[in-house]
Ligand binder design. Structure first.
Ligand code: PBG
Length: 330
């Protein structure tokens, strides 16, 4: 069909204007979701050692960074609590305390920057002493008992004003259960972003360091509930079940090493697919850039375009603010 010299593909690469007119995928600030860590230390915003240039914010610091994100056009933030170890327990009671750090953070954002979307994780790992996403019974994470607690957690998040609850725990049946509890409590308008396809990945290591969920031996094993990274048919099954149970958006995670999964999901479902460029992915790029081996802004942009090419609607990335700032400068 295409034969040289009648077809010369270089003709359409010959100047910027024609490259722009024929470009297939672009990135805009509308694609970005900014993950943020918050802790309960009054005035201090501190750097995070495994995630260069990412910070853990005080409540005041959180509000100013969220304002800046909104002013640059970012539509939503995903907030993660760094819970004081004194408040962690075997059964994660703090997770469904309506006065807990994350609920206070949601309330603060919704009163000071009401137009920005707020997303919060539903999972017990920031609150358990053992670091698992659920509660343990005979050293195994107990599915159905955990789901009951996740429902309570989702409800306090919704009451605090959260727009999207995001179950990232990988228990079976939690989407249906959470949808039901939200609906029964008049939260029909709170959406569910299901981390339907969450692989048992080693790329989460910096995140676990921050929230302190590495477990006592620092090598927590979540393979009893997170997906085997060799599998892809199973991903389709997970997505189908979560859509049937009432998910509004589907998350695939990690991102860059799983672009094939994102592509397969976007081709199989007429449904918004989100993806997470997780802590380890960001850390790799940032570390190389800080050593002078890669150009941070250019590599981040290229990496995010790969998500779009694969069919992602929105991308969680720790680089969201940097990307938005660069876009605002152009
Ligand atoms: C917890 C959770 C994790 C991440 C988001 N929510 C880690 C885990 O499952 O242990 C990882 C995000 C990242 O690495 O940036 N349920």
């Amino acid at each position: 069909m295409f034969n040289f010299p009648n077809t010369r593909l270089r003709r359409r690469r010959s100047s910027e204007w024609i490259r722009n007119l024929t470009s297939e995928n672009t990135l805009s600030v509308n694609d970005l979701i900014f993950p943020l860590f918050v802790h309960d230390q009054k005035k201090t915003t501190v750097p995070i050692s495994g995630l260069p240039d990412v910070k853990c914010y005080s409540m005041d610091g959180l509000i100013s960074i969220v304002k800046e994100a909104k002013d640059l056009g970012i539509n939503a933030v995903a907030i993660f609590p760094v819970v004081d170890s004194k408040l962690k327990s075997e059964n994660a009671e703090e997770a469904y305390n309506s006065e807990n750090l994350i609920c206070r953070a949601i309330c603060a954002i919704k009163s000071k920057v009401p137009e920005i979307g707020v997303i919060a994780d539903v999972a017990l790992d920031p609150y358990t002493t053992h670091g698992h996403d659920g509660i343990l019974k005979n050293s195994q994470v107990s599915n159905d008992e955990t789901v009951l607690l996740l429902c309570k957690q989702a409800l306090v998040l919704a009451k605090a004003g959260c727009n999207i609850v995001a179950p990232s725990d990988m228990m079976d049946g939690r989407i249906g259960a959470i949808r039901k509890v939200l609906d029964n409590n008049d939260f029909q308008n709170v959406s569910i972003l299901s981390y339907a396809v969450k692989y048992c990945s080693h790329f989460y290591a910096p995140f676990r360091q921050v929230v302190g969920s590495c477990g006592p031996s620092s090598s927590i094993d979540k393979s009893g509930y997170q997906m085997d990274y060799g599998n892809i048919h199973e991903a389709i099954c997970e997505i189908e079940m979560d859509i049937n149970e009432g998910a509004d958006f589907i998350m695939i995670k990690p991102g860059m090493p799983y672009l094939d999964v994102i592509k397969t999901a976007s081709e199989n479902f007429n449904f918004p697919i989100f993806a997470y460029q997780v802590s380890g992915e960001y850390a790799m790029i940032k570390a190389a850039a800080n050593n002078g081996w890669l150009n941070y802004n250019k590599v981040i942009y290229e990496s995010l375009i790969s998500f779009k090419r694969a069919g992602t609607s929105a991308i969680f990335t720790y680089a969201a603010l940097d990307v938005a700032r660069n876009m605002a400068c152009v």
